[in-house]
Each structure stands twice: as C-alpha cells, then as structure tokens.
Design a protein around this ligand. Structure first.
Ligand SMILES: O=C(CO)[C@H](O)[C@H](O)COP(=O)(O)O
Length: 385
C-alpha cells in the first residue's frame, strides 16, 4: 500500500483543541443557571458545576450552546487526533481512503479522508502553478504522459483519413496504389457506406487497387470513360520541397502517372519519413518502367546516362528470382543515387524518356497540388501549391 504524503490539500486533520470546548461549555452555561438562581442579573461568566440541570440548561444565552455544538463536533475528533491509537484504514476504489479509530468512548471516529495521489498532485499544481507543465519543481508535476509516437503505419492512416475529407460527393476519384493509398480506399468506402459521400466513381491506378476497391464496394470506371479526374489521392516514396515525387516502388508508376496527370487535383499522402531534401536522397530506388524486350540493353543505356554520377547504380527488379512484372507486363529498373538526383530534374527526366525501351520513370515532377504529411506526434500538415 502506498504511503500517502501528508498535505494540507489532500487530507484534513481535525483540530486538537476540542477539550477547550469540553470544559468551557459547563462553565459558561451553568454560570448562567447559577447566576439566575442567586443573582437576578447574572453575569454569563459566573462559575457553576451544575452541567445537567434539565430545564435550566435552556437559558437564552447563546455562548454556552455554541460551545456545546463546537464541542460535539470537535471533541471526538480532537481526542482521536491527540491520542495515540491504532489507526484503521478502508481503501476505496480510485485510490480514495478513509482512516478511522475505534474509540471506546466515541465508537467509530472519522479521522482522515484521503484523496488519491494523482488527484492530489493535480490539485497541488492547480493551486500553485499557472501552467503545471512549466514548473521546475518535479514533485509538483503531474505524471507527464509520454508524447504520442505513431508508428509509420498509423501515420499513413492519419494522412489518408485526412485526405479523404478533401473528397466531395459526385467526384471522380483517382485511387492510388500502396499501403497508404489502401487506407484511403478503406476510408473512402466507409464514408460512402455511411452516406457522407454519394455518387463517387473511382479510377484505380493498379490491378491491386482495382481488386481492393471492388471488395470495398467503390464503383469503378476507367480513364477512357472519365478522361478528367476531379481528385487523385495516392502515396509516394519521396517528396521534395518543390512537391516533386518519387513513386512506383510499388511498381504502378505508369498508370499512376497517367491517372494523376489527368487529375484536377493530385493529393499526395505521406508520413513524415517520406520528406526528402532531393529526389533519390533517401538512398532507396528511383524506378524506371521498361519494356522486357532486350532489357539489358536498356539497363546499359541508363547506366551510361548516369556514368558521371558518383555512387550511381542500377539493377533489374526481381521478385522471387524472376523479373518483377508491372500490370502492363513490363519490367522495372531500380536506380540508386548516392547523393540524390543532381542537376535539372526535367532535363534528367527528358533524357531518360528518350532512351529506347524506357516507358516511364518514377519521378513525378510538378504534378502534386497538395501534400498531406502525417507526423509521429499525430499532427498533420497540409502543404498546398
Ligand atoms: O507509388 C506507389 C506505388 O507504385 C506508392 O504510392 C508508393 O510506393 C508509396 O507506397 P506506400 O504507401 O506503401 O509507402
């Protein structure tokens, strides 16, 4: 059992001066009785010993009664608190407890009602400090809960849910691919089923997303039927300060770039770990989709293009010892930049796209209109172009 710390704030110790009332009452009241018997104009301070004289006790003089009342309130308590006795304690839930004594003269005697330490601390702080958290006295501080630390998955969900608020009824919505976009699809479906969003049409950016959206009950269409997309919401692997992105580590960069490029608004949803100073700066791959035919030729062309880039390397993406295939039946070349992609990104993009065999690359330049960034503390920042 925790030892409670005595404090004026959390426990009330009854005064120890009740004996004063015990003795003073008879002197006062009987002084009045005696004086009325022997003296037609009695003084209230006359001394008498006849404490229990029936009717005569009801003298119209208030002071003895006040002392009597005070005595009955304080005497038992002061006796207890001034006499060393074994204290008993009843523990209630939530940390409250009641201490008491069993005294032969006064039976059960209430002694102390104690407030739980956590409430006590809060009270202490509330009384002594304007802002308890700014106190320099650690003993007065309430227990500071650890700051929220979201996992990366939780951050992805936070960003996705926030972005779902940007969708309105009757919109054609580009549905991204990846784990962050998957949270968005779940949320979108939830809002549609609740009736908060009506008449949504989704355009999936991959076969995986298509399957997910069908399962979630989102009506789907294609870019052919809906060439203008109101809003696309998708994750990214990297976001630089100009909202340029690296996408496609999930392998869906071609369809993503097409659908997101056809969108009035392209909202990128990321956790804060995806924010980089320059593309490729995370040290992870920048993907390029290429045709499978003579892929080694295309790989060698890419290597030649970046031969002056220190620490550059490129390789074919493999999945279970076989070349990874995109939804379009193509391969992916993964490019690695030791210090990020240098030079003019548009120029780098153009040179890459001119290489025979290259279909598309994962640098999404000047496409995103908004970036929703979830932070580990649970807050969300929305960056608008
Ligand atoms: O571009 C993508 C798929 O092609 C993804 O959006 C990107 O890889 C981010 O994925 P995740 O949300 O799982 O981190």
């Amino acid at each position: 059992m925790k030892k409670s710390v005595p404090s004026r704030l959390h426990s009330f110790h009854f005064p120890r001066f009740s004996f004063f009332f015990l003795f003073f009452f008879p002197f006062c009241s009987l002084g009045r009785v005696v004086s009325t018997r022997y003296n037609p104009n009695p003084s209230p301070n006359s001394l008498s010993l006849s404490l229990f004289l029936g009717r005569r006790i009801f003298v119209p003089f208030p002071i003895p009664y006040i002392f009597l009342i005070l005595y009955f309130i304080f005497a038992p308590l002061s006796v207890v608190s001034s006499t060393p006795r074994q204290r008993k304690r009843i523990q209630f839930s939530q940390g409250f407890h009641l201490s008491y004594f069993h005294d032969p003269n006064f039976a059960l005697i209430f002694s102390e009602f104690s407030i739980p330490p956590r409430m006590r601390t809060a009270m202490t702080c509330a009384q002594t400090l304007n802002n308890p958290l700014s106190s320099t006295n650690p003993h007065l501080l309430p227990h500071k809960p650890d700051p929220i630390q979201l996992t990366q998955e939780e951050m992805k969900r936070v960003a996705a849910y926030r972005a779902a608020d940007m969708v309105a009824s009757d919109m054609v919505v580009g549905l991204g691919t990846g784990s962050t976009a998957a949270h968005f699809i779940d949320r979108l479906a939830e809002l549609m089923h609740k009736g908060s969003l009506k008449d949504i049409i989704g355009i999936p950016t991959s076969l995986k997303t298509e399957a997910h959206a069908i399962k979630a009950g989102i009506p789907l269409s294609t870019l052919k039927s809906h060439p203008i997309v109101d809003i696309s919401i998708d994750g990214a692997d990297e976001v630089d300060p100009q909202f340029n992105l690296v996408k496609g580590r999930g392998g869906s960069l071609f369809r993503e770039k097409m659908i997101e490029g056809a969108s009035r608004k392209f909202v990128v949803i990321v956790d804060e770990t995806k924010m980089v100073a320059c593309l490729g700066g995370s040290g992870l791959s920048v993907p390029v989709e290429i045709v499978p035919f003579s892929w080694k030729y295309t790989l060698s062309k890419i290597e030649k293009l970046f031969k002056d880039e220190t620490g550059f390397s490129a390789r074919l993406r493999v999945d279970q010892e076989k070349p990874f295939e995109t939804d379009n039946g193509n391969y992916i070349i993964e490019m690695f930049f030791e210090k990020g992609v240098s030079g003019d990104l548009n120029e780098v993009s153009d040179r890459l796209l001119r290489l025979t065999g290259v279909i598309e690359h994962g640098m999404f330049l000047d496409m995103a209109t908004n970036v929703v960034v979830a932070k580990t503390d649970g807050s969300v920042i929305i960056l608008n172009k």
